[in-house]
Design a binder for this molecule. Sequence first.
Ligand code: ZN
Length: 306
Amino acid sequence: MRIVLIGAPGGGKGTQAKLLVDKYGIPQISTGDSLRAAVKAGSPLGVKAKQAMDAGQLVSDDIVLGMIKERLAESDAQNGFILDGFPRNIPQAEALDSMLDDEDKPLQAGLLIDVEFNILMQRLTGRRTCGSCGQMFNIHTSPPRIEGRCDKCGGGLEHRADDNEETIGNRLKVYEAETAPLVDYFRKQGKLRTVRGVGEVESIFSAIQRVLNSLPSGIAAAKEASDLAAEPVAEAPAKTIAKKTTKKKKATKKKATSKKKTAKKKKTTKKKTSSKKKVAKKKTKKKVAKKKAKKKAKKKSFRKKR
Ligand SMILES: [Zn+2]
């Protein structure tokens, strides 16, 4: 299972991600965590990331993508992954798609946990934290037994200053503005899946599982589904569909390379990908050659029969 998890703060994404990790035995890959781990480990990408952060700059998409790629190579990610916090915009989503295609691990779904604005507001403004032990409560969804007192240690509950309506409202608006294009991106690919994140944690999780179980399982199926969704060619004969798909793939790859060129130059990865592309091209050439040979053979046998 290879999915991107999308959901607003307060929407229960973290809880559901944890359940998915336990159920399917695949890692949740959060870019924040990967970044911290890479910096701590002092890996080449970690060093680059640290340089950027020390200089007060954002860590570039190239570095983040490189870290995701390294993370996907680890043994626990061989059966799939749950991406969390990346991509955040269309260029990132395109770069991710291109990288995952090269790895033969295309995304199967963008899973949106959808919660209405009002409910998010209520959940987020209702948060209370114990000043002594840090236990979290929510006056709406998980209130303490005694108002204002921690169930665990009896400490006083505090309302964080940035948990006020204005700050939270702004945060949610930023989230929505950021996410809407991404949701659209996955919808156009036919990969968007939406689950309403309101109700019991277990029933939301069941709904998520139903959605995930109905995903096209194989890589080929996922690719097919996305291609068909992007360009409906149901009436065309099978051969033209195949041709169109390869053409399209080449085109998107070309796009990706030119983008890579203009982006920061990473010679090693470029070399790798271009050699892979060559192999891919060769493969398609071979396939075409085989098909031609088959056709010829068919014609010959046909003639002989006559
Ligand atoms: Zn407490």
